[in-house]
Design a protein around this ligand. Structure first.
Ligand SMILES: O=c1ccn([C@H]2C[C@H](O)[C@@H](CO)O2)c(=O)[nH]1
Ligand SMILES: [Zn+2]
Length: 139
């Protein structure tokens, strides 16, 4: 699928952002292997910590709908930033967990700038499921 089309879907998702505190709206569109798209927006909270980013909303709703970790094809993320939006560290860690490392991540802004990267490039040296398995005590 064309990056521009997935970004258009992210713009639609962004319209639903719940952002009473930051007023910073973010949208995400996650492509699955059947070619379906899952929308995500940021959902904020008065206690701040429970806030969920757009990227994680899209990933968690797709997992909850039965799509398997590692089966996703691409994600587009958009905000009204000067440069294409930069995913936070928590979302980078969640993408490492749930997406193929070489999966395309399309970052955009409302001016039409686009930066394409991958899950692995966004979190080099990441701690992941393999590291956890290697360090687990046997009893
Ligand atoms: O890539 C990003 C960066 C920030 N946010 C959200 C979290 C919070 O609601 C607001 C300000 O950080 O933007 C996202 O959803 N995705
Ligand atoms: Zn995030």
């Amino acid at each position: 699928m064309d990056s521009a089309i997935l970004l258009q879907e992210a713009i639609k998702a962004r319209a639903n952002a719940y952002i009473p505190y930051s007023r910073f709206a973010v949208g995400a569109a996650l492509l699955d292997r059947e070619g379906h798209i899952h929308h995500g927006c940021n959902v904020e909270n008065a206690a701040f910590g429970p806030t969920n980013c757009a990227e994680r909303t899209a990933l968690f709703r797709a997992i909850a709908d039965g799509h398997k970790a590692g089966s996703f094809k691409a994600i587009a993320v958009i905000a009204d930033t000067d440069a294409p939006v930069s995913p936070c560290g928590v979302c980078r860690q969640v993408m490492i967990e749930l997406c193929p490392p070489d999966m395309k991540v399309i970052l955009g802004n409302m001016k039409g700038d686009i930066f394409e990267t991958t899950v692995r490039e966004l979190l080099p040296g990441a701690f992941g499921p393999v590291d956890l398995a290697q360090g687990q005590a046997t009893e």
